[in-house]
Each structure stands twice: as C-alpha cells, then as structure tokens.
Design a protein around this ligand. Sequence first.
Ligand code: SAH
Ligand code: SF4
Length: 340
Amino acid sequence: MRARQLWNWIYVHGQRDFAAMTNLAKDFRARIAEQMTLARPEILTQQVSEDGTRKWLLRTAPGIEFETVFIPEEDRGTLCVSSQVGCTLSCRFCHTGTQKLVRNLTPFEIAGQVMVARDALSDWPSTGENRRITNVVMMGMGEPLYNFDNVRDAMAIAADGEGLSVSRRRITLSTSGVVPEIPRWGDEAGTMLAISLHAVRDELRDQLVPINKKWPIKELLDACRAYPGLSNAKRITFEYVMLKGVNDSIADAKELVRLLARIPAKINLIPFNPWPGAPFECSDWVQIEKFGDVVNRAGYASPVRSPRGRDIMAACGQLKSASIKQRASSMRAASEQGSA
Ligand code: SAH
Ligand code: SF4
C-alpha cells in the first residue's frame, strides 16, 4: 500500500519532496527522506528551437552527459530519449557514432529524462488531460538494444498506468538491427519498434550501418516479420536516411517497397541532418519527393519526416555534438586565456 502511494507521488505527480506526501505517515516520511533522494539528473543547458523543439543537456556524474529532446506537434508531444553516452556502433552518417561509448545509462537516468522534461514543461500529473508529453521514442544517443535491461526497466516505469503513464503503443524503440534482441524486446517490453534500415542492399548497408555485417538485411527482416502482435494498427517503422547519390535512387525506392511488401510497415524518410565533417550530403528535395512518390504509390502515407530543431542541433543523429563542440571551444578559450 505504502509502496503504491510512494510510486504514485513520484511518477504520477513528480513530487520531489517526501514531506509533501501528506497521505503517508509523518514519521515514515521523515525516515524515508533520510534513506532516499528524489533528485533528478542535473540540467546543464536548455535550448529552445525556433520551431518549439527543446533540447536539454543533462548530467548525473562527471563525464556522464546526455541529451533529451522534446518535439511538440499539433496532435502530440514526443520526447526523444537517450540510452547510452556515446555508442559502440559507428554508422557513417551519425554523429553519435563518432563518439566512443562512455557507458550505458541506468534506468534512473533513462526514466529521469522523462521526469526532467515533465518538470520543465509543467507536465504533471502524468495522467492529466492535455499532457504535453504523449509519446516516447528511444531515438536519442546510443543503441538501446545494447542496454537492454536498463532500457526495459525504464520503459516499464514509462508505460505503467500508475507510473509515467505513456502507453506501450506510444513508446517506440529504434534499433540499428541487433537481431537476436528483437524477439526478446517484443516479449519483455512489447513497445512499438522502429528499424534503422537506410539501405536495401547488403553491400551498401554493410558500409552505412556496419552492424549489418553481423546481421544482414534478410535476417533483420525475418526478425521483423516475427515481431509479436503486428497488424495494420501496429506496424513497424522503417527509417531511411536520405543521402545524396548514395541510397536515394528510384531503383532503391522500388526495392525498398518490394522488401517490405509483406510486413505491416510504415516508412519514414529522414532528410540527412548534417554535422561538421560529415561524409555525406542530404539528397536534393526534388529527389526526396520522387523517392517519396514511389513509396506513396505503394500505399505508405506521408513518408517524409520533417526535420525538427536543426538550429539547436537537436535533429536525429546530431545529439551531443553541439555540447562537445561547445566544451572544446570553451576549453580552447580557457587555455588561450591561461597562456595569455
Ligand atoms: N541507435 C538507434 C537509435 C538512435 S538514432 C538506431 O540507430 O536506430 C535515431 C535515428 O536517427 C536512426 O534511424 C538513425 O539512423 C538516424 N540518424 C542518425 N544520424 C542521422 C543523421 N545525421 N541524419 C538523419 N538521421 C540520422
Ligand atoms: Fe549508434 Fe544509432 Fe548512431 Fe548507429 S545511428 S551510431 S546505432 S546511435
């Protein structure tokens, strides 16, 4: 009973002060306050884009810094959550992939991103009407299936109707294709799934998404077909980053549609978001439209994802880069001052 009341205060109401939990006995509140803290990850910076997207840089320990992004839309608000500091994989178009893995985030650090965002957006209680955060996507920094247990435990809190109350149907895990963990994720977490496909031939996918060398396209799609509970109402999202002259031909579009033919799927074309030194350019808009037409004609509605928060480096694949750059330049400034 007490655990339930505590859980409700913490995750439904976002209460950070035990003393304010007035339906719990006073001595119990005092005792628990000595043993536990309800501290959040510390906010280092908050940036707001001209399109309303917000990005927070958070810290929980020296060097453990990670970002979370809120994307408001007319009918929903999506929080893009990080699972790792850095990433062990090195997809060629992704800035996070140029940073080594520092460590996996803990369940507290992952669920804490939702809590910090709810604080900043005055979005408590979790069960309120007109909530601002209605959806969670594991599309921030890191490969969530390489931090399986922690992400699963955090998403259990996120999905719990008496917890952070974001339903499983509104939580999406994005993976670059850690095939053996896909069925396990379906069984143990059962959220929506997104796959970073990005290429329709193994030779090219081997280069763009190197995990493909371990688990090629066929194995990945077989795991998708077997994902539990798929239907027209519960589809897998296939993400496809548009790289000029690399994967954006009409033949590629046709092959994409053919590959996904018997999988309940959505297709999300993502204009490439550039970062300093990136070895690619975004496809021309005309080409994205032509590619999108092929996908559209095959029955997939509105396949192009409009880039959000580019001005604050908050778009897909750009995370952490700005802060690292900032730090590097402030360190340079400090050392220049020191030597002056
Ligand atoms: N590691 C997971 C989730 C994080 S990345 C994964 O790879 O799926 C979230 C999405 O952004 C992925 O589809 C990823 O491929 C894509 N992405 C990465 N860098 C990008 C960039 N520079 N421009 C556009 N999309 C990018
Ligand atoms: Fe890691 Fe995903 Fe970036 Fe690939 S795209 S390097 S898996 S974060």
